[in-house]
Design a binder for this molecule. Sequence first.
Ligand SMILES: *Cc1c(COP(=O)(O)O)cnc(C)c1O
Length: 524
Amino acid sequence: MTINQSGWKPTAPADRGDAAGATFTGNKALMLEEPLIFEIGDDQTTGVDFAAGDVAGSRLGGLSRKDPIGLPGLSEPETVRHYTRLSRQNYAIDLGLFPLGSCTMKHNPRLNEKMARLPGFADVHPLQPIDTVQGALAVIHQLAHWLVTLTGMHSVAMSPKAGAHGELCGILAIKAALAKRGEGHRKVILVPESAHGTNPATAAFAGFSVEDIPATAEGRVDTAALTARLGPDVAGVMITNPNTCGLFERDLKAISDAVHAAGGYVYCDGANFNAIVGRVRPGDLGVDAMHINLHKTFSTPHGGGGPGSGPVVFSEALTPFAPLPFVERDGDQFRLVEEENAEEHHADSFGRMVAFHGQMGMFTRALTYILSHGADGLRQVAEDAVLNANYVLRRLEDTLDAPFAGSGPCMHEAIFSDRGLAPGFSTIDIAKALIDEGYHPMTMYFPLVVHGAMLVEPTETESKAALDQFIGALRSVAERAKAGDAALKTAPHFAPRARLDETLAARKPVLVWKPTAAEAQAAE
Ligand SMILES: *Cc1c(COP(=O)(O)O)cnc(C)c1O
């Protein structure tokens, strides 16, 4: 048995008590085993008794269902326990550090939640008469004002529902602007290798052809290659800034000037705005359209915790093509502009992206976050996020290969590669072992320009103590991967489920539960 620098010593699987069924219940101390609701409940055990209907006859004309509907049934306490147990098998931002890079999984302040739950915001309906929702419209209008101010842009479309949806919004505005100029033949969108994967997908979806622009060895856009490709067939570029290598694209202003001179538009993927909010205004860098992920930079919940929201800010040039609806102030009243009107400035709007006005709950949370931080607080968010990421980078670069460590300080995320791991070991082994350490893994194998990439974004709200513990865990696991510890290949050992065949799960997902033959027979 070897003991390495970090003090970690390998344990034999038998020492871990992790064999399936080691306990009668399958529970492991406080980690409770939980079957599917269909396996434990049936309609005979539901806690609800339905009174016999008093309707005279069926009006379904013989179309009523004859077979059992197959719904599970549980009493209220059983239902509560079922979902509580499942929730405990999940990792959450309220449990621990969430190192996912490119995702900005940050703390959701409780004040935001309190404000979003005020009945005047939580209970409004999008079809209510306008004079009964003036407060909600005021929130949208004020948030729009701050988003425009923080980005130094000209206008904002609030309705897009997430980052990728915002990209589509921006690209459709560019398409409409080109059509108006009679330059619909510009069909090429240039996308640097360091862009987020949604960028080329959006351009292709909107009917453009995508051409890659290489990255330089230091992880930034190859500006010379980009400007050399500009021409009369190029509609524009999509640049992620800060980019997915965690670096600031310093040449963005020069790139914008060149793109504009060649007749194109500049789309900036602003999902990483967390790193520069309060420090850089994209409008000053010549950006024409940029989405902002409220569910990243402005702390509204993410994933299972809430819907996304991806407002898009526009330059003056693209503003006439922005989608409807938007809120306008008319004296002390707010109105919702929902239809194109040739008399008004939005006659060239490309149309509408969603049925209603956007994610009201997210707007309320984001505005609460902005107002409670103030300008100095938001600037400090960016500074602390960048400081934390650089701390992770510098503390781990002696253990893990950090390909861009020489390119200067990183922005909000630190990137490592799988170089130097023992033969046969790769990034996934490190990620799976991190689960045993009690962490959600970092982003893996992205960006593609780095081999076996590990992208870590600590965000600004983690304390030094929390970062030190994460760094210790990642260092320990990385040392095991470099030493070739075989136990790593089958990690996680302590999670409710061991290592899954993720390829099989992705290619042949089992989406419907079917009873076993014995269960089906028992039900008859
Ligand atoms: C998250 C992210 C997106 C996509 O945003 P969604 O809200 O998930 O659609 C796009 N670009 C970058 C750089 C991102 O980090």
